[in-house]
Design a protein around this ligand. Structure first.
Ligand SMILES: Cc1cc2nc3c(=O)[nH]c(=O)nc-3n(C[C@H](O)[C@H](O)[C@H](O)COP(=O)(O)O)c2cc1C
Length: 344
């Protein structure tokens, strides 16, 4: 492969997507590295200490380059009255697990942004990527001086232009088919549902930056098509969720098979930010009722989602999944990555 990732020693045009909340593990990233694939650790929701431990683990057992993905601060403060009303609406679901969600306080924070940047500046990794928004200019500059390759997730031409002006090295072009949170900079307006190949073309015409295509990459043919549309690499997330190295919960892994007749939907019911999930009873009850407000709504529902996952309660877990989740297979990550790269 040539271009954006030159010098990293990669032998595959596939990229293993960062998947925060459990699915990404150091062993998944290390398995990617051993397969010549660029894998990403997911810094989201982790403490800086925890992230440092994961980086150390990948360096210890892994081989080759890897990246770290960070949630850039793009807070959408929740309206307090809407938060209270939603907390009240969740009361019954909380009570199932002895949780008093109606009494929850609003928690707004930046997911330890400054400490994570400080960590990546003091102990650089080969690639750093950002989602949810552009990092503040000074932080981007500090990270650039480390020599790390800097990638920005974008979901539209406007975001791609802004990232280009900010001076990143490449873009992860994320189509709406992608699983979990959209990287959109404007969560109040969920991204248009444009097919990945079209979005790659639109963005490729607008900016002169190397592109990585993401969102619905599930088969070897998808990888070929993404490369054919001008991307340097194709990123897959959902396709790796069921692998042995994925730390997705047992209930999540099982749902990807057992709910194969169900569709995915983009909802803010779980976190206050648009995210694609399997449509379960929680989505049916609360999609449309949840306020906009990240990370406050995320923190509100976290104890419920944790308790539900521990109990195998599919109805109350955020079952993040991309549109093409039916292609996800169990087994070694190495095999899943080899299948994806087979025709490239
Ligand atoms: C469970 C899950 C968690 C994710 N977490 C993150 C994350 O922490 N950071 C990020 O930039 N993207 C995250 N994503 C999005 C992926 O990076 C990628 O854009 C997406 O998986 C591509 O679409 P696909 O799921 O159809 O392969 C996540 C995706 C999934 C399925």
């Amino acid at each position: 492969m040539s271009g954006l990732f030159d010098g990293l020693g990669l032998t595959s045009p596939v990229v293993a997507a960062p998947m925060a909340g459990g699915p990404t593990t150091p062993s998944l990233v290390a398995a990617a590295g051993r397969a010549g694939v660029l894998g990403f650790l997911a810094a989201g929701y982790r403490t800086p200490e925890d992230l440092a431990g994961q980086i150390a683990a990948v360096r210890r057992v892994g081989k080759g380059a890897f990246g770290v993905n960070v949630f850039a601060p793009n807070p959408v403060p929740v309206d307090p009255a809407e938060f209270r009303a939603y907390a009240q609406a969740l009361r019954g679901d909380g009570e199932v697990y002895g949780l008093d969600l109606a009494a929850a306080h609003i928690v707004e924070n930046d997911d330890h942004w400054h400490a994570k940047v400080a960590l990546l500046v003091s102990d650089p990794v080969p690639v750093v990527s950002f989602t949810f928004g552009l990092p503040p200019r000074g932080d981007l500059e500090a990270l650039r001086r480390t020599g790390s390759i800097l990638l920005q997730t974008v979901t539209s031409v406007e975001e791609a232009r802004a990232a280009d002006e900010a001076g990143v090295d490449g873009l992860v072009v994320q189509a709406a088919a992608a699983g979990a949170h959209s990287g959109t900079f404007t969560p109040a307006e969920p991204p248009r549902d444009v097919p990945l190949l079209e979005l790659l073309q639109e963005i490729g015409n607008a900016v002169n930056l190397p592109l990585v295509g993401a969102g619905g990459v599930a088969t070897a043919d998808d990888v070929v098509a993404v490369l054919g549309a001008g991307a340097e690499a194709a990123m897959a997330g959902t396709a790796l969720l069921r692998t042995d190295e994925s730390g997705a919960s047992a209930v999540h892994k099982a749902a990807l098979v057992e709910m194969s007749t169900v569709d995915t939907v983009v909802t803010r019911a779980f976190s206050g930010r648009p995210a694609r999930a399997l449509r379960n009873a929680f989505v049916d009850r609360f999609d449309g009722r949840a306020p906009l407000g990240y990370p406050a709504v995320h923190h509100l529902t976290t104890p419920l989602r944790r308790a539900a996952a521990a109990s195998g309660d599919t109805d109350r877990v955020n079952l993040w999944a991309g549109k093409r989740f039916r292609h996800a297979r169990a087994g070694a990550a190495r095999a899943a990555l080899a299948r994806l790269a087979a025709k490239a």
